[in-house]
Design a protein around this ligand. Structure first.
Ligand code: C5P
Length: 218
């Protein structure tokens, strides 16, 4: 059994940054599952398809190249929105499941962040976190990030975007955004990144160390 840390949470909650740091800390592999849905969105757009048609989204999901996850074209707010439309289709989610489950088994362990990792993709994960922060705070952080990158975003638009995406992700019928019953909740609203990481580490460390001991014995 490899060790799996599931990190779910709301849009722009910092779950990706925390997952990456946890992976580096333990020497585990990291997968940003949101990038897979963003790649599906990009695939639909590149093929001239319609994100509101499940068959167009499924065709894109079947042909994504996960290695393209570093393509900046998937990081725009527009792609995030299209991703949250195509991610609601059960067939699209099913098409991406095997890749994620195979990734989760990579030794010595994997940290996967997303919306349904602890509930659907890896319900038997070693430890599960659910990250959230007040939406105004998340919007402000995203605004700071974009401003620092030389862009001139509107904080009001970012907030509306984040709230619309969360609402869509929470209300979909399949694999909605919801904490797993056994997830540890972490609200990072009042925490800077170092403090948020320390809090996340404190929550996952006992479970991971226990699993590492079991692994060493077996
Ligand atoms: O995490 P990120 O914001 O990049 O994800 C983009 C979109 O992909 C989310 O709004 C959500 O609709 C979808 N997603 C999902 N399940 C995941 C990860 C992301 O439905 N495990």
């Amino acid at each position: 059994m490899t060790i799996i840390i599931a990190v779910d949470g709301t849009a722009a909650s910092g779950k990706g940054t925390l997952a990456k740091k946890l992976a580096a800390h333990f020497g585990f592999h990291h997968l940003d599952s949101g990038s897979l849905y963003r790649l599906v969105a990009l695939g639909v757009v590149e093929a001239g398809g319609d994100p509101n048609k499940e068959e167009d989204a499924l065709a894109a999901a079947r042909t994504i190249i996960p290695a393209r996850a570093s393509d900046p074209a998937i990081r725009t707010a527009g792609m995030g929105n299209i991703a949250s439309v195509v991610s609601a289709y059960p067939s699209v989610r099913a098409a991406l499941l095997e890749f994620q489950r195979t990734f989760a088994k990579r030794p010595p362990g994997a940290v996967i962040d997303g919306r349904d990792i602890g509930t659907v993709v890896c319900p038997d994960a070693t430890v599960k976190l659910f990250i959230d922060a007040r939406s105004e705070i998340r919007a402000h952080r995203r605004w700071l990030e974009l401003s620092a990158a030389g862009k001139s975003p509107s904080e009001v638009e970012i907030l509306a975007d984040i709230q619309a995406r969360d609402a869509r992700d929470r209300s979909r019928a399949v694999a909605p955004l919801v904490p797993a019953p056994d997830a540890r909740l972490l609200d990072t609203s009042d925490l800077a990144i170092d403090a948020a990481f320390a809090a996340a580490l404190a929550l996952v460390k006992p479970g991971v160390e226990n699993a590492l001991r079991t692994q060493a014995k077996g």
